[in-house]
Design a protein around this ligand. Sequence first.
Ligand code: NPQ
Ligand code: MG
Length: 418
Amino acid sequence: MPAREPPGTSGAPGTSGAPGLAPIEVAAIDLVRLSMPLVRPFTTSFGRQSERDVLLVRVTGDVTAPGSGGFTDPDSGEGSGGHRDGQLAGWGECVTPAAPVYSEEFTDGAALVLREHLVPALVRPDRTVGARDVATRLAHLHGHRMARAALELAVLDAQLRAADRSLARHLGAVRDRVPVGVSVGIPDGGTPELVEQVAGYLDEGYLRVKVKIRPGFDVAPVTRLREVLGPDLALQVDANAAYDPEDRQHLAALDALDELDLILLEQPFGAARLRAHAQHAVRWRTPVCLDESIHDAADAADAIALGACHIVNIKLGRVGGMAEALRIRDVCRAATVPVWCGGMLETGVGRAANLALAATDGFDLPADTSASDRYWHEDLTAPFHLDDGHLAVPTGPGIGRIPRPDALEGAEVVRLLG
Ligand code: NPQ
Ligand code: MG
């Protein structure tokens, strides 16, 4: 057991029984950036996206004792990539949107902070690095959790590939497939198009539907969905912080949504408005779920103690990576607060990590990790397919997916270290 990596703590405290992971010798770190068109525009209360500005972190490690099976990917039939001349690559997706519309984080900012601050601090003492070191060596830096998460996940993926172990196994996954739902944007065509899209996703087999709402597109479309698709439709809504707790019309709309038998109401108010969430959560029968408000395990504990939420959406990027995601899961489990795995329009790289997380104990509601074809004509990796409302958890080394080399042909690669 390497002294620097005690059992079960290699980027994944909170997991029990996972053997420790050896750190890797970092040979290079690159940012890989490309634009991918979405299959249909995705509109939320904060704006309309028709393409995804994708940013990946690639950590290349020197392999001194290559594992025998560590370099093929049974899920995709591809090699794990980057493994030549005694090297292997780990991948992490930085889920920042191009603009600071979901939170303060955005892709140019993430790329800059990775290049100028996070990567230098990570390798400054020495180039022997494990996923845990991302938290400890970057502890003096504030924020930028999505950038941090991408770096942590890339290091963890490289370590796991070197050890020929899957992320899901490392985390102690309790299921080999994950029940999934779909997040449906506000359609250009309004309510009729929403009904049509939701019916289409149900035909594909999605187990629940999450509808994006904003003031002016809320009660009428959601009521219509209930009328057309019936009381059995597993339906929830996400406001992305668009409602003002001081606005009577906004509150009247939320009160009306409370009559529609929703599984949950996600983030009606601003990220910092815990007291407003608590004041209204106590009146509503619909459980309030927080997304943007929860950055770490302490936020989750505070929100639960205040009565500001009954359910927590966990996203690897928003909380700074796997270690913190598992801590939040543990805080919620101790308080019997259900959690589920959210999504940020990830490519197959981020989707693979989400599935491993969602396969762990405590993730009891369907994930927002939809199939690849919900977002992409062609995913960056071997695609994820919907099977009876579930996605299979990758079983290959690390996250179990790599970007297809041909898909990266037009990508911009910036070497941060090498
Ligand atoms: C949420 N995700 O749960 C987010 C919001 C979101 C699947 O609903 C570009 C980058 C566009 C990140 C659109 C889903 C995005 C984005 C929506 C995140 O709140
Ligand atoms: Mg959300």
